[in-house]
Structures are given as C-alpha cells and as structure tokens.
Design a protein around this ligand. Structure first.
Ligand code: 13P
Length: 251
C-alpha cells in the first residue's frame, strides 16, 4: 500500500509572521491525522522558522526549488545541503511555473533531482501538459518526455525516495480541475512508464500526486482513484482549514 501524501505548495505567499500563523493552524488541525504524510512547501525565507515550529510534529517541510551544484558562484541560489540544514525533507522540482517563467527545462529538472537525492532530500518532480498540448493531442508525449528526461539516470534506491506530481497546467489556479477520469488516465500512464524505467516493484510503490485546483470538495474523489496517491495543493493550502479538509479526504 502506498501511503498518501498531501503537500501544500505555498508558492510566493506568506511572510514570516503569516507563515507561523498558518503552520500553527495546520498543526492544530492535523495533529490527529496520522494516516497520510503531510507536507508544507514554503518559501525559502520561511523555511527556518517553519522548520522550528514543526519540530516534534508529523508535518514535514518542503522547499520549492533547489540548485544542483554543491556550492559556488551561483548568486541567488540555494543548495541541497543548505536546505537539509533547515530540516527540509522534500523539495518540489520542475513546477510548471518554474518551467514557464524561469527557464526550467527537463535537463535542469534532472540535475536538480539528482542533486536532491544525493543530499538525502526527497524530490517531488512535477510534470504536466498545457492546454494547447492537450488539445493538440500531445498530452502523453509531453508527459512521457518530462518523466523520461527528468528522471534519467535514477537507479536503485533513488526510486524509493521519489514522488511525482502530475499537474495539468490548464488546471493550476484556474478552478478547472481535471475530472477524476482524466487525472486517473494520466496517473496510470505515468505508473506504467515508471514500470519501464524503474521496474514493476518500484513503480507500484512510487507516489503520484495530483495538482491543479484541488479543493476540499474534490480531493476525496480524486484521491480515491487507484493511481492517485495524494495532492499538491496551491491556493487551498494557504488556509489551515481547507488544507486540513483536503488531508481528511486522503484518509
Ligand atoms: P492550485 O491548487 O492553486 O491550482 O495550484 C496547484 C499547484 O500548482 C500546486 O503546485
């Protein structure tokens, strides 16, 4: 059985004081909800205080990006070791907003993923097609390319650390959720592809999250699909009650 994983992606939201208030609310709401893994993906500037606030709680800390080099002249970048030091366990890699606005490519996703794994961080690798790609019949080709290239060179125990997030770009922040059937179709496709890349046993254990306008009222249906193992939540993760209600949908 795959343990469900529900992760908030706060994106560029929450100052330090706001972050502390939100995380206090989340801790209070989800204290008794032990059956799913719960993760908050916070801005770099909030990692330290949120990490302190989460000490002793089951809620885990994620960063939203990581550089692939160990150290060096990369102004503005943050290394995996720097994240580890702050108590980070997961890192979101290759989010569509990074691909769209910050030049992220399958190649840089792959480099970040390998660097995260080498440092003992668990990557949440994001994939997903745009509306034009879906309507142009390119959906599976795009997702296959992102998975193959993003995960190229992973081996052995790497696969156990990996989470994939399928986020159709047209569903992010738009209120347009993929239907359960649309999401399940792509999740099943990704799992079958993982079987080819990682072997059947690993493919059966890798968690694949859905992301894109996941809300309390659709989360349970989505996560009851056979290949949907949790959610990566943007807007609805910015408020403790709605995030906790989504977690409840995973139980
Ligand atoms: P929304 O839940 O706001 O659509 O965002 C999804 C997302 O991009 C999570 O990474």
């Amino acid at each position: 059985m795959r343990k469900r994983i529900v992760a908030g992606n706060w994106k560029m939201n929450k100052t330090r004081a706001e972050a502390l208030a939100l995380v206090a609310g989340i801790k209070a709401e989800v204290a008794a909800l032990g059956a799913a893994e719960i993760v908050v993906g916070v801005p770099f500037t909030d990692l330290d205080v949120v990490g302190q606030a989460l000490k002793g709680s089951a809620v885990q800390l994620a960063a939203q990006n990581v550089h692939w080099a160990e150290k060096g002249a990369f102004t503005g970048e943050i290394s995996a070791a720097m994240l580890k030091e702050l108590g980070v366990t997961y890192v979101i890699i290759g989010h569509s907003e990074r691909r769209q606005y910050f030049g992220e490519t399958d190649e840089t996703v792959n480099k970040r993923t390998k660097a995260a794994l080498a440092a003992g961080l668990k990557p949440i690798v994001c994939v997903g097609e745009t509306l034009a790609e879906r309507e142009g019949g390119q959906m599976t080709a795009v997702v296959e390319r992102q998975v193959r290239a993003g995960l190229a060179g992973l081996q052995g125990a790497d696969w156990d650390q990996l989470v994939i997030a399928y986020e159709p770009v047209w569903a992010i922040g738009t209120g347009k959720t993929a239907t359960t059937a649309q999401a399940q179709e792509v999740h099943a496709f990704i799992r079958q592809l993982l079987g080819v890349l990682a072997g059947a046993a690993a493919a059966a254990t890798i968690r694949i999250q859905y992301g894109g306008s996941m809300k309390p009222d659709n989360a349970k249906d989505l996560m009851s699909q056979p290949d949907i193992d949790g959610g990566l939540i943007g807007g609805a993760s910015l408020e403790a009650k709605s995030f906790a209600d989504i977690v409840r949908g995973a139980l």
